[in-house]
Design a protein around this ligand. Sequence first.
Ligand code: ADP
Ligand code: MG
Length: 265
Amino acid sequence: MNPSNAVASAEAARLPLMLTELRLPTAKRLWPQIADQANREGWPAERFLAGLLEHEIAERETRRLQRNRATSQLPAGKTLETFEFEAVPTVSKAHMMALAEADGWLGQGHNLLAFGPPGAGKTHLVAGLGHALIDRGYKVLFTRTGDLVQKLQAARRDLRLPAELAKLERYELLILDDLSYVRRDQAETSVLFELIAERYEQRSIAITANTPFSGWDEVFPDKAMTIAAVDRLVHHATILEMNVESYRRRSAMPARRPRASKEQQ
Ligand code: ADP
Ligand code: MG
């Protein structure tokens, strides 16, 4: 081995340690093959370094999105691609696709409210939007409203409510699924109001509910708080009325009954 080769192999032996130390796992994995190619093809040093770092940056972004998706708790497979927009004529696909591009609404803390009976596709549609936003690098948290209310109540008991609300701030979109299942008699729901007030005009909330606002008197502790919560939520909001028959029930039926047979009844 000539002296310069000996130096190169001593450096090569130190590289994995240095790349671990610097937390560059992709560079650590790929440098031998890229260095090989660079040596064979006589690349300038700049090209080698830039090539290696591009790989690290690209994989770092992929890892970040994977992490965001895992922490989002979004139901897997409920994406916009698998959502049949034809089944819900009141929802415009183009509008949803624009929201999925995050055309400014997240930055301004605008909200999304989806109403409709059970099985209408509310959870699927809103989760699909969540997945699309994760693809674009946003942080999203999907939670059943009841679960979050319980968590916030526990935090309040331990005098940690402000800290817990602050933790939720890092999510650009918070999806509260099934808000109307929360009942004030089961719990102290004013934490839900505090959450809504805290995020108002700062951070977006998406809500699914079976009953529109008229039924929310059952959710919040008193009428004044219901009005104050609804007021903040709708101030800047897209409202989706999904008054369609249950998708589950429709897809369980082989075909729609023809009109004529209905008239004969
Ligand atoms: P909701 O939240 O309104 O009760 P879900 O979103 O849970 O309804 O929908 C019920 C089931 O039907 C889910 O499995 C969902 O994936 C499916 N579904 C509902 N609407 C659609 C749709 N338009 N296209 C594809 N699947 C749908
Ligand atoms: Mg649902």
